[in-house]
Design a protein. Structure first.
Length: 328
């Protein structure tokens, strides 16, 4: 199970909307009353920080179930002037504006995990609450947020992780709304059923499964970190880039629409570098980004990297999704 809710933060009333969305996410994840309250507190504090210190922005509330239990993830995104003294801001009880919760230090005490990227282009704060991520050679995070005003999202993603092999799918149902959502869900279902197959073969199964839908574009990446192997296969306009050693490489998705018309499916294999960061995204995210323009970003959590790309390159006329996989 994965989901994400995107809440604009523009005024004081937005903080209440973020809190309500957090409580709804807690219910979907099956959190008890105590943990639900903690999530609501973290979301409220994060959104107030976005409003007070960043002059407004967005909060993304996401839920994932990794097999060892549900995990809630909060991304607070702003375009403010950044945090001048991050070490001081992390001091428990420190707050420059009297916001509830006592600042980032108190948020760190409550959260299962916290990570921050701050600079002249703004700040991204990531908070996790729930079961800690299991030890794994790869870190995976994804977000799919709907077309502005829609309650459902036609983009979706899924990931299957074992110590030997990580396989991730990113799918974009044609258009947006319920028809796109149904296509994406069908693709996810087929992916999970055939996840042990190679990426190209799995896409063929997805193509057959989507014949009863309006269709979708999708890409699958397989990583075998111990063997240093990356395998990619894609159909349609899903972008995939590998960033390592200060350089980037893109992988080619062939033209076509799964479920409707398909010319060919081709797998591409590459070495997986020890410091690799892999980014997949739908066309709801502009392709003109460069991680090198954000010094220090690749050292941050995969969710923070995805949050920066969503904040700075999301198009507002479509569903948008991004999946980031990086070496831990």
């Amino acid at each position: 199970m994965t989901f994400a809710e995107w809440v604009p933060v523009t005024d004081a009333s937005s903080v209440g909307e973020v809190r309500r969305t957090a409580l709804s996410a807690a219910h979907r994840l099956g959190f008890d009353e105590t943990r639900s309250g903690e999530l609501a507190l973290l979301a409220t504090e994060a959104s107030r920080n976005v409003l007070v210190h960043g002059g407004g922005g967005q909060v993304v509330l996401a839920g994932v179930n990794q097999g060892n239990g549900p995990l809630a993830r909060i991304l607070a995104l702003d375009r403010g002037t950044g945090i001048a003294n991050l070490a001081k801001a992390m001091t428990d009880g420190y707050s420059t504006s009297g916001t509830m919760g006592g600042g980032l230090g108190a948020m760190k005490r409550i959260a299962t995990a916290l990570d921050i990227f701050s600079g002249k282009t703004g700040t991204v704060v990531m908070l996790e609450l729930g079961q800690a991520e299991p030890a794994h050679p790869l870190q995976v995070a994804g977000f799919a947020v709907p077309y502005p005003g829609e309650r459902v999202c036609g983009d979706d993603w899924s990931c299957h992780c074992t110590p030997e092999r990580t396989v991730a799918l990113l799918v974009d149902g044609l258009g947006h709304g319920w028809g796109a959502t149904e296509a994406a869900r069908e693709a996810i279902s087929s992916f999970r059923e055939h996840v042990d197959s190679p990426p190209g073969t799995t896409l063929e199964y997805v193509h057959d499964a989507l014949r009863k839908t309006r269709g979708a574009v999708a890409a699958i990446v397989e990583l075998r970190p111990k063997q240093r192997v990356l395998v990619f296969a894609g159909v349609g306009n899903i972008s995939c880039s590998l960033f390592a050693n200060g350089t980037s490489r893109s992988f080619v998705s062939h033209n076509g629409t799964l479920g409707l018309h398909l010319s060919r499916i081709q797998e591409f294999q590459s070495d997986w570098p020890a410091d690799g960061v892999l980014v997949l995204h739908s066309d709801g995210v502009q392709a003109k980004w460069d991680l090198a323009s954000y010094p220090g970003l690749t050292a941050r959590h995969a969710a923070v990297i995805g949050g920066v790309l969503l904040r700075d390159f999301r198009r507002q006329r479509d569903d948008a999704s991004v999946v980031v996989i990086k070496a831990t």
